[in-house]
Ligand binder design. Structure first.
Ligand SMILES: [Zn+2]
Length: 242
């Protein structure tokens, strides 16, 4: 442990005049929060990485990711994202004003996006390719890779915030449609994050970095998407061989 929540420093601003529009107040509030988030991340980044390394048994590269405190304009719906091509992390900005925003959101988001950075760098180290890569894959294979990618990032995030596994094998979809939200071909968050976490957890619990690496290069095959407990069993068995 030893992780301290930040005492956010308010940045003083001289505001002339008494009347401010709501939009102006929001803009100021958003900018102030962005500064707070930046300060929080800059102060705590090294400690977060070290704690992840200790708790999960992984090793980050010496090089640290570049972190931006604005999302690209076309990605504004996210809390954060990682660009595997440029190795950059982006944190949210237009969500700072939401009433449920707090430092826990930043803590979870930075841990999650750091995990994506770690996975990409691990792949770059081993095979000199970015990860995940979805080109030339079937729909089911893409889903499988996404489960490993988001499941492992969620694993690392939850190792840090202590959130438990509430997903059960009974919740796995029995058909392709079950993986997607009804009106768009967007995979369901519950399946991708909570399900992915549930899928990789016993493997990483037991094998740490070795397990992560094995999952990275052995995602579920297309047909295994309809029997993920069996896939999990297969991976555990293959890793147990001397
Ligand atoms: Zn993610």
């Amino acid at each position: 442990m030893g992780f301290t929540k930040p005492g956010f420093t308010l940045i003083k601003r001289a505001i002339a005049g008494g009347l401010l529009s709501a939009a102006m107040v929001n803009a100021i509030s958003s900018e102030r929060k962005e500064q707070e988030v930046r300060m929080y991340v800059e102060i705590n980044l090294e400690q977060l990485i070290q704690e992840q390394e200790e708790r999960i048994g992984i090793q980050y590269p010496a090089q640290r990711p570049v972190i931006h405190y604005h999302l690209p304009a076309d990605k504004s719906g996210n809390f954060g994202l990682y660009d595997r091509k440029t190795n950059e992390i982006f944190l949210q900005n237009d969500r700072y004003e939401l009433p449920d925003w707090d430092v826990e959101t930043v803590y979870d988001t930075i841990n999650h996006e750091l995990a994506h950075y770690y996975l990409d760098k691990l792949s770059e180290k081993r095979t000199n390719t970015n990860w995940p890569e979805y080109n030339d894959r079937t729909m089911l294979e893409k889903l499988g890779i996404k489960l490993i990618s988001e499941g492992t990032a969620t694993y690392i995030e939850r190792k840090m915030n202590g959130k438990e596994d509430t997903f059960t094998d009974a919740k796995w979809p029995k058909a392709l449609g079950g993986f997607f939200s009804s009106w768009e071909l967007i995979p369901k968050d519950e399946i991708v994050y909570s399900g992915g976490f549930h899928l990789v957890k016993p493997i990483i619990d037991r094998y740490g970095e070795k397990g992560i690496e094995y999952l990275l290069f052995n995602p579920p095959k297309g047909q295994e998407m309809f029997n993920l407990p069996l896939y999990q069993q297969r991976i555990l068995e293959e890793l147990s061989r001397p």
